[in-house]
Design a protein around this ligand. Structure first.
Ligand code: NAD
Ligand code: PPY
Length: 356
């Protein structure tokens, strides 16, 4: 991927800034504002090249447009990437505060066309810092008037998607099924507890070894990170980074289904086609992980109570059932089916807005 390739896309806007002092390259990409201001979290990570950072922001922003549309939320899609010169844990606290301030200034330049929230390596405390400089931020702490962490609600949605997938495969419930969770972070930890509560046998993996000790104590089976894609399980649940499944991985994955919280799990369309050809049910990520968006947009934009947020999140299983039905009827991958459903909902929402 060259920087040129990464810049040519059909989204609405790309904003970038380089900060020589910290060595950070900032990217904000607005994929669509058709349904409302573009929303999407801020991801901080080290990337091999700026082209990779731009490409990641584009793919993540597109996924947000799809997520909003398929979830019937009245917002567009965007995303921020803070491309760090080193891993997040190596960035000094003072530098991190400066980085967040600059990012907030960038968001202000977009004058409300883009609202951010947490994503990988950013949390509610970081949203509070952003809020010192910008108003266009979701997911601040409750003390600052925000919805706080959306991780548990995201996990609730993933669990509903797992139940719908078990039903789709005529397995009945999750009771006795093995679920391998890759990434025992904010979402993965809640998901492990919820799936265990539903009777599933939990296998977990994470690159942070100190998280695994606690997992063993909780009675989960620990798998080495390098064995995540070769360990047999009923449901593989990617809850760390995206880009986990390419066609080679899809051709060998020893699972019956893939249902996880990570954004952009599939590397490309071909990976979805290979999963389908092997009879592996793939639950499209932008349908499955919308619980976070229901929490942030529901509470902070639509004035929903936590009970209403949970009610909408539980309906993720119904949306996924529709996706499985379209996939079977049209003989297309579930990813293509979910995009079809998102497009239909986007067109219906646009038509409703125009006639109002
Ligand atoms: P997190 O940063 O809290 O957790 C990620 C975990 O993955 C960490 O514990 C990390 O050590 C681990 N990890 C990283 N690389 C790994 C690897 N190669 N193998 C195994 N483990 C690895 O993030 P989170 O908030 O739990 O989110 C998880 C995923 O879900 C992300 O892709 C995020 O974009 C997506 N997501 C999160 C939310 C939310 O509400 N938090 C909403 C929608 C989507
Ligand atoms: C995501 O769901 O991937 C996010 O980026 C979280 C989010 C959702 C809605 C508004 C802002 C951030």
């Amino acid at each position: 991927m060259t920087a040129d390739d990464a810049l040519y896309w059909d989204g609405e806007l790309t904003a970038t800034r380089y900060d020589p002092e910290s060595g950070v390259f900032f990217v904000i990409r607005l994929d669509s504002t058709q349904l409302g201001p573009a929303v999407g979290g801020t991801r901080a990570a080290h990337y091999a090249t700026t082209a990779d950072a731009l490409a990641d922001a584009a793919k993540l922003a597109e996924a947000m447009t799809l997520k909003m549309a398929v979830s019937n939320l009245p917002m567009g899609g965007g995303k921020s990437v803070i491309a760090l010169p080193a891993a997040r844990k190596l960035i000094a606290p003072r530098t991190w505060t400066r980085i967040l301030r600059l990012h907030a200034e960038n968001i202000n330049q977009l004058a409300g066309h883009y609202w951010t929230g947490p994503d990988m390596n950013t949390n509610s405390a970081d949203m509070d810092v952003l809020n010192d400089t910008t108003d266009f931020v979701f997911g601040r702490s409750a003390e600052r008037g925000g919805a706080g962490s959306s991780a548990r609600n995201t996990a609730v949605g993933v669990l509903e998607a797992m139940k719908a997938t078990a039903h789709h495969r005529s397995l009945g419930s999750l009771d006795g099924r093995s679920v391998l969770i890759q990434g025992l972070g904010a979402v993965g930890t809640h998901l492990a507890a919820l799936a265990a509560g539903a009777g599933a046998k939990i296998l977990v993996t994470d690159t942070e070894t100190d998280l695994l000790a606690a997992a063993r104590d909780a009675g989960y089976t620990v798998v080495a990170p390098t064995d995540a894609l070769t360990t047999p399980c009923d449901i593989f649940a990617p809850c760390a980074m995206g880009g986990v499944i390419d066609s080679a991985v899809a051709a060998a994955l020893p699972a019956n289904a893939v249902v996880g919280a990570a954004n952009n799990i599939l590397v490309d369309e071909e990976a979805g086609t290979v999963l389908r050809s092997r009879g592996i049910s793939y639950a499209p990520d932008f349908v499955v992980n919308a619980g976070g968006a229901f929490c942030l947009i529901g509470q902070e934009v639509l004035g929903w109570t936590t009970a209403t947020v949970e009610e909408h999140t539980r309906r993720i299983g119904d949306t996924l059932a529709e996706v499985y039905a379209i996939s079977a009827a049209d003989n297309i991958t579930t990813d293509a089916a979910a995009r079809t459903l998102a497009q239909r909902r986007l067109e219906a929402a646009s038509a409703a807005t125009q006639s109002a």
